[in-house]
Design a protein around this ligand. Structure first.
Ligand code: NAP
Length: 327
């Protein structure tokens, strides 16, 4: 299998264009997870040629990063680690905090949990309207000069916020929500990234599991699973999205001999300088990585896909429900 890769400025190794997302491994907001199975999943991803791993301190309140640190014993230098800063959770509620002081504390904590002395890509998780971009960006620039981080990214930023941020440091990546069903970035962030040579880390590439093709009308979520709050997984929309997935699966199989999961990943990869983040917490969930690489969707394919979506999803909705509170 030939893994497609892309370069991120500041990072020597080329990174795989599918990255392992580790939010669900943290367990919280995903109804729990099994730590040993999560570690096996990280190692399985590496063995399968996926060398790029995305995390954040808030995923399992440190647990996701700790599991990555454990999984990478002896193989740290084969992996490229992306993590984030800028969210606090001291009072039990996750809130934005991108002050220099908070970032400094977070980077030190992340380095300990990840059992490493550098972070390849360090991203601000959400813009903090209470802090000037100058303060946040200058702190990241200091960390880069100290060698604690190699590249700088932002997540959930608008083009105007990135313009401001880029006055104070070189910005390498942006991480927005992006998948076949959630395309708001087509009109602003994607063209901005292309214009300014930013690599786009697309999160929710599988729309929180919807685009894997494994869900059905009777699918239910456990405990604190974030999908209980997601309007896509509630009537009347759930049925519409499931119908879209079923039709996309038929199309992918008939026209390309692929599954809807491979189609969804390929769709993200064909939109520009993108990396598809694939959230997984069990090795078997990563089956079929190779099916996403080595082919392309044509203009006809893209039109057909859009027609399927228009005929099935009458009331589309985005991922806005995920935005954390301000302090
Ligand atoms: P996702 O990748 O669209 O979906 C992940 C979920 O899909 C998995 O947890 C799993 O759910 C299900 N799944 C994956 N492979 C499967 C398979 N082969 N068969 C059946 N189900 C499968 O969503 P995401 O995890 O939210 O997003 C990916 C990554 O992006 C995250 O892990 C995180 O690193 C990042 N992210 C960043 C932000 C941000 O604000 N920057 C926000 C969200 C996500 P089950 O285990 O329940 O089956």
């Amino acid at each position: 299998m030939s893994i497609e890769t892309i370069k991120i400025p500041g990072i020597d190794k080329a990174v795989s264009r599918i990255a392992l997302g580790t939010w669900s491994m943290g367990g919280s907001m995903w109804g729990g997870a099994d730590n040993e199975v999560s570690i096996k999943t990280i190692r399985h991803a590496l063995d399968s040629g996926i060398n790029f791993i995305d995390s954040a301190p808030v995923y399992g309140l440190g647990l996701s990063e700790e599991l990555i640190g454990r999984a990478l014993h002896g193989v740290r230098h084969n992996a490229v680690i992306a993590t984030k800063a800028g969210l606090q959770w001291d009072d039990g509620t996750v809130r934005r905090n991108a002050t220099a002081q908070r970032i400094r504390k977070e980077v030190e904590d992340s380095l300990v949990r990840l059992e490493t002395d550098y972070i390849d890509l360090y991203q601000i998780h959400w813009p903090d309207p209470l802090v000037a971009q100058e303060e946040t960006a200058c702190e990241l620039e200091k960390l880069r000069r100290e060698g604690k981080i190699l590249a700088v990214g932002v997540s959930n930023y608008s083009p105007a916020q990135m313009d401001d941020f880029r006055q104070y440091t070189h910005l390498d990546t942006v991480q927005p929500p992006y998948n076949l069903f959630e395309r708001a970035i087509d009109s602003d962030i994607l063209p901005y990234a292309k214009q300014n040579a930013l690599v786009v880390l697309a999160y929710g590439s599988l729309c929180r599991g919807l685009l894997t093709g494994s869900m059905h009308a009777a699918t239910r979520f456990n405990g604190d699973d974030v999908r209980k709050l997601d309007p896509k997984f509630k009537a009347p929309r759930f049925e519409q999205y499931l119908a879209a997935v079923a039709a996309l699966d038929v199309y992918a199989r008939e026209c390309h001999g692929k599954s809807v999961l491979a189609l969804a990943l390929r769709w993200v990869l064909d939109q520009g300088p993108t990396i598809a983040l694939w959230g997984a917490r069990r090795p078997d969930q990563l089956k079929g990585i190779e099916d996403a690489f080595g082919w392309q969707l044509s203009a006809d394919d893209l039109q057909h896909i859009d027609r399927i979506l228009a005929s099935t999803i009458k009331d589309p909705v985005g991922p806005e429900f995920m935005a954390p509170a301000q302090r």
